[in-house]
Write a protein that binds this ligand. Sequence first.
Ligand code: ADP
Ligand code: MG
Length: 440
Amino acid sequence: MADVLTDIWDKILRQVQKHHSQCWRNWFEQIEPIGLENGQLRVGVPDKSWLLYLKHHCNNYLKEAAQRITGHLITLDYVHTEQDTLSESDFGQYESDESDLLYFNPDYTFKNFVVGPCNRLSHAACIAVSESPGRSYNPLFLHGSVGLGKTHLMQATCQALLKQSHQAQVLYMSCETFVNDFIRAVEEGNLYDFRYKYRYVDVLAIDDIQFLSDRDRSQEEFFHTFNSLYQSQKQIILSADCSPSEIPKLEDRLVSRFNQGLVTRIDKPSYEMRMAILHKKAAMRGIAPPEESISFIAKKINSNTRELEGALTKVHGLAMLEDGTITLELTRQALGEEPTPAHRMITITQIIDSVTDHFNIRLSDLQGRRRSRSIAFPRQICMYLARDLTSHSLEEIGGYFGGRDHTTVLHAYRNIDKLCDNDESIRALVDTLVTNLTQH
Ligand code: ADP
Ligand code: MG
């Protein structure tokens, strides 16, 4: 009987792996079938966050596969095994209340995070915080563009903290949830409960804090939450898509609070790191694409890690329509043409050359103090292109253009971005410059 059950379960897993490869993880092999009775398939899952992942992301796929294999309607019951070391109450953190579930992505652990020059400091700071919360860096502020691993690192830190101390009160959420929670508390006249929830935790991690921008009352509330936690040496971890001073319409007192701990930036991964990340993600999904496919993807996708992963999913998905084998040919088929020269390194000097050529001005004009439109506009275009096409920081870009500070660069970027949206001719000009730069 046990053999029959194992056989059924194995077939179910293969079905899911074949048809829903995006959700498949290599740890699925560690799930044990326990019994099949009255249309209910019980499986044992050794890790609570795995269990929640199965429930939230895979339940329908598993049910559908079970039905196909057995020919019967089947429901799944996930049982948390290995509870001997932890008592049920230890999971108050994870599941204090089904409707208010604190759910961590089991993929987002330190073990699954590839460390390199672009994120070394952020990673080290998160490790330090997970080892001694409230005492190493407080607050810890991670920033970087979208898809570079901020959420991954924050959740890894929280999960590590909970592993070490099951009693720790860890609250992780998006800033949007915080704001909505606050608005609801105000509407319901229930600020007491709201404050109790946020001010009596050991660790408060708020993701995408730039969402506070221009929300005066939420900023005010967050300011007091922050102070209360900080004064009792509780750990605060924040992330945003830019540094504290670059968040538009954020009160100065919050900017200065955010800056008083450690502010660290995550940059885009290099080609070598993209290769390493792809290897890691492939291993997690139980696949091993050939080196040439990995290299093709790493060359082709250089924007951010989320897109890198999306590309891998696409290739894997296409392979699963056949016999699962990934080849360079198939990778090409899934992702389109050869990596284009758009992905080669572009330098600020090349950008300056093409802009000065186009506007018939000199480098010294761009670096000088003149603010007339005939100079200021090309200067802003340069800054815009430098931010988009190179991996230099805002400070470095400012440095190239006569030692201007990062807020000037950010302002230039936003200005050109807006102009591109509103003015066809400027959009066309920027497109032409980008095409020339990337193709020559
Ligand atoms: P952000 O919050 O900065 O927008 P995420 O943390 O959501 O980015 O990361 C996007 C995806 O990229 C996630 O699946 C994450 O696991 C992955 N990722 C980003 N950086 C790394 C890294 N250094 N190693 C492994 N995976 C990474
Ligand atoms: Mg994020």
